[in-house]
Design a protein around this ligand. Sequence first.
Ligand SMILES: *[C@@H]1O[C@H](CO)[C@@H](O)[C@H](O)[C@H]1NC(C)=O
Ligand SMILES: *[C@@H]1O[C@H](CO)[C@@H](O)[C@H](O)[C@H]1NC(C)=O
Ligand SMILES: *[C@@H]1O[C@H](CO)[C@@H](O)[C@H](O)[C@H]1NC(C)=O
Ligand SMILES: *[C@@H]1O[C@H](CO)[C@@H](O)[C@H](O)[C@H]1NC(C)=O
Ligand SMILES: *[C@@H]1O[C@H](CO)[C@@H](O)[C@H](O)[C@H]1NC(C)=O
Length: 902
Amino acid sequence: MMLSYPIRQLPLLCCCSLTILACWKYVVSGASSVVHLQEDGVARHDSGLTWHDTLPTLTTFTLCVRLYSLRSRYSDYFFSYAVEDNDNELAFHLKYKEKELRLACCSKRIFQKVPVNLELLSWFSFCAAVNLSDYTATFVHKGSVDRFTLFDSLQESNNPILVVSGGSVILGQDQDEPLGGTDKGQSFNGFIADLFFTQSLLTVQQMKDYLECKIDALLARQHLMDFENIEEKFMLGVETNVTTSLDICSSGNNKLFSVFAEGRTNKQANHFCSTVNGDVATPENTAENLALFNIGAKFADKCTEYDKGNSMWVGVYWEPEESLWKDQKTHKEAVYRNFEVEIQPSSREVLCVIASTLARSHEVTPNGNWDIEACGKVVCTACQFKRPVPMKLRGLCKESFFDREYYIYDTINYRPIFNGNSWSRIIWNVNQSAPHDYSWLLYQMGDPYIQARMVTSSILTYPVGLHEFEIIGDKCPGRLKKLKLTSCGQNMFTCGDGMCINLNLRCNLELDCEDHSDELNCESLIIPPGYKKRLPPPKVNSYTPASVFIDCDIVLVRKLDLLNSQITMDVVIKRTWYDSRLYYKNLHPDNNLNQIDTMDSVWYPDVTMLGSDYSQATYVLHRTAVWGQLTASPLPDDDQLIDEDVFYSGKVNPLVLEREFTITLMCTFDLTLYPFDSQHCQMVFYVGAYTQQYVVTSLKNVTFSGNRQLLEYRVTSLKHQPLLYQNKSGQHIEIELANLYGYYISGAYVPTMLLVIISYLTFYFSLDDFTNRVMVSLTSLLVLAALFSQIASGLPKTAYLKLIDVWFIFCIMSDFVMVSVLVIINSYMQVQMPIKVTPLISGVHGAKRGSQVGQRPRLTLDPRKWNTIAQVVLPLLMILFIIVYFGFVAFHMGRVQDEFEK
Ligand SMILES: *[C@@H]1O[C@H](CO)[C@@H](O)[C@H](O)[C@H]1NC(C)=O
Ligand SMILES: *[C@@H]1O[C@H](CO)[C@@H](O)[C@H](O)[C@H]1NC(C)=O
Ligand SMILES: *[C@@H]1O[C@H](CO)[C@@H](O)[C@H](O)[C@H]1NC(C)=O
Ligand SMILES: *[C@@H]1O[C@H](CO)[C@@H](O)[C@H](O)[C@H]1NC(C)=O
Ligand SMILES: *[C@@H]1O[C@H](CO)[C@@H](O)[C@H](O)[C@H]1NC(C)=O
């Protein structure tokens, strides 16, 4: 026999928690004795069982019990033994939040905590065997045997430790004095079953047998206290009923079905069930099907409105492609089917399945038969919940009286109840005298003056998702408040309609929720009230001012203007700093999704830039990007906020400001070595307005990502060092450029050299051909001068000589010297002319002519000799100069390091 049958007769307005047991798990066989405490769910101090007897003095004892909590209070005392001098002479209680079983004993000498796996709405069985003589305790609970050595907190080793006799035992309350001082915040709400307390010590095997329900032998023994004939041995408190015996131990189905008696298509039903953390009901055996049938039958009044057979959707569908009945969740073949006559539909379309609870005309007895139905039909929905995972209520303030976790079970006014985990619940409230006055009501059980009424928009609406509530009597400020009831687990975001999406999809610039709520409120920077933009980030400690890390990347050198002593560059400066006053929301690993538009209202390091000798720089801003950078893990979730946003502290996640601009800096160029020079340009930046006492900068990375080869120069290195400017922390970057002298080699040095050589070649012309000799030399001199003035016009005019000037002067001087020598040689030629002429007239007498020359003034040399000397000496002098000149150049070039070459 199923327990569920009698429940059909219960009035629906009464919410009887037994239905959980009936529909969820357990099948009657009559083995256990179960007491239901606080049957109406209201926390009270007068529920519980008071034992008529008392305990003797104990040094050893064993307690075994099965517990099923419906709600948890501050702590759940299920066993309390108080004597005159000590209210907790022996007490056991559960702490759900800490997931602990706690034992207090023996005149405040022993407190033992046992970590256990506690969950509301599931059975927890355990045995504890304690030998106080040797301070040992053995706890056996599901899956584990824990042995403890008890610690005597008073350390009175000479005073034997024991449980004093003569007190009173209350189950389900905490006594602060014998038979009194109970408190509803320390009461037990739920079922206590199969309890026994004995003076002997059970072996671990016996305790394991108890957990496995092999208890016949155990129950047959004599115990100090047990649940045999409960009504005789105990006095039952208010709302404390001994229930029909339940077989806790047999494993039946463990699904909970809830019917939602509004018409939905199959698709809507699937969506709806998923928003309440469930699936469309899919019975997998006859027992489950019967359970669904039983619960569905109670909604006949409502659901026959949509379908004469009072049907509900079943999570099975016909897949025409494979000709199979499949499970909607797993998409595998549905093993269990309960069609009255199973046919193979010939339909080419997907077909859905309903289960009816009323006899259709041709059926004799209704037994939850299934039937094929078009998926678009509107019928009632039954959802199944496999594990009691609570739904969360978000948006309540810290002080609120309302619970934050809700479980769906039981029914009021044909609608499921959302039962809170401690004090409150949400019900469908209908004013009996005005049937159209209905709403979802969140209220404190036992104190209806603390309530929140959902501002319902339609009769189909459930409190799931985001809704507005009108609140009375709660401690949170404000009368109207938005609250969100959600089934979404960790790292999920709840859309306005209750659907869950992965939290990564929140604020990712894509619409993932049907109502687009995932892309609302996406600003990623949170500026707390009282934030002052003028104040730099707080110091980490009293010695360490706020740090600003600077990355500088030179993207491009646009122009190097020697004439105006300027360099123009495109620079990206990235500033990274931590502002512990700020918070970020929903940071993504991809910085592009973390962009911030509200930079105007937060402090940021305003970098001032200077050129050489701290001269002002001019710049044009091209681009500003600000983002919060995800570097550290998020803060814990705060359910006071409606949205499941992930918050990050500004203390460990930096703010980054990246700006790109074209900057024009003054440089002082030194052109002495031109065109074999290398130049240094200085760029200084510092955080204006704050001295180093408040803000320090440090340069993380200086890079040159652009093309280093300019037209005339090449960037050879970047050097940087910190600097103080007017007591403000700054950085100094030096850009080194080396001249690319190739143009001058081919455009100046080689042609001028050639001209000088041409001029020199005139010494090999015939001595007599003075006109041509001097003409060629002079022409070369003229061309040289023209070249010189042409090249000089492209260069800054400097007071000092540049290396190239030296070269020109050398060339011109060389040419000048050659012309001069030519002229001098020629003048000697003129002097010797008559001597030369005479032999020509009187005939050729070589030897005679020689003697004649000897007779002439000996002071002068032979012009040919002069010519020969010039032919030898001039190139020697020139080569000497060239060696010195280029030796000097090579020496300087060797000192230029090109760090990018490596
Ligand atoms: C409890 O411990 C004491 C001391 O070790 C031992 O003598 C006694 O037998 C134990 N009691 C039981 C019931 O095992
Ligand atoms: C439980 O006991 C109370 C009295 O304490 C009684 O009013 C109530 O009807 C009982 N409930 C059931 C289901 O028997
Ligand atoms: C129920 O409806 C009646 C009639 O409209 C009204 O007087 C009464 O105040 C309502 N009760 C509640 C609790 O709203
Ligand atoms: C400097 O920047 C380059 C390129 O952006 C990067 O590869 C390198 O790791 C950075 N170095 C430091 C010390 O941050
Ligand atoms: C810099 O700081 C020093 C010491 O704090 C102070 O004596 C000096 O006047 C400051 N200089 C300027 C330019 O503010």
